[in-house]
Ligand binder design. Structure first.
Ligand SMILES: CC(C)(COP(=O)(O)OP(=O)(O)OC[C@H]1O[C@@H](n2cnc3c(N)ncnc32)[C@H](O)[C@@H]1OP(=O)(O)O)[C@@H](O)C(=O)NCCC(=O)NCCS
Length: 149
């Protein structure tokens, strides 16, 4: 049975190592701003509930993490990831849908244009707002936007 829910401080001990491990095994994930990270990786994001996780018992299957683009009421997806062996089964869609229902605002995602995952955003009604060259890597980054509706 898969549970999809938001996080709190009580989850730190169980989830933080699993989030780190999943994050480190996936290339192309978005950057987590220092202001959102806390001293310990994902700590602040989990504590604030700015993360939706998919769990089977205590086993992490995937997560989406985000932050608000202050002062705008726009939320930015920092990272979304599902374990490779269970992709294309709808879990990424379920995580994103729960996030959108939680933030109830426009959402943006910064995505490397060479990733196949661009198709995931387009499938969910995100449109390219603009693109830029990442200042250090030189990668082309697409900023996808989905208006709140
Ligand atoms: C992006 C990600 C979270 C999607 O999770 P998922 O559970 O596989 O997504 P879903 O099964 O809900 O996909 C829904 C639809 O999105 C589109 N989609 C999903 N992954 C896609 C891909 N790699 N390429 C093109 N389209 C894709 C498809 O239209 C898909 O529907 P379909 O399977 O019926 O064709 C997952 O591929 C992942 O973890 N990728 C690695 C991490 C990453 O790159 N994250 C995003 C960085 S911006």
């Amino acid at each position: 049975m898969i549970a999809i829910r938001s996080t709190s401080s009580a989850d730190l001990r169980i989830l933080l190592p699993q989030v780190r491990s999943l994050m480190n095994r996936n290339r192309g994930l978005g950057y987590i701003p220092v202001s959102a990270r806390g001293n310990n990786g994902f700590t602040k994001i989990i504590q604030r509930g700015n993360c939706i996780v998919a769990l089977c018992d205590d086993h992490l299957l995937g997560y989406v993490a985000w932050g608000r683009m202050v002062p705008l009421n726009v939320h930015r997806v920092y990272q979304i990831v599902v374990r490779p062996e269970i992709r294309r089964m709808g879990l990424g869609t379920a995580l994103l849908a729960r996030m959108i229902a939680t933030v109830r605002s426009d959402v943006v995602a910064y995505v490397r244009e060479d990733l196949q995952e661009c198709g995931f955003w387009e499938r969910h009604g995100f449109e390219e707002l603009l693109w830029y060259n990442h200042p250090t890597s030189g990668n082309v980054i697409r900023i996808y936007h989905r208006p709140w509706s």
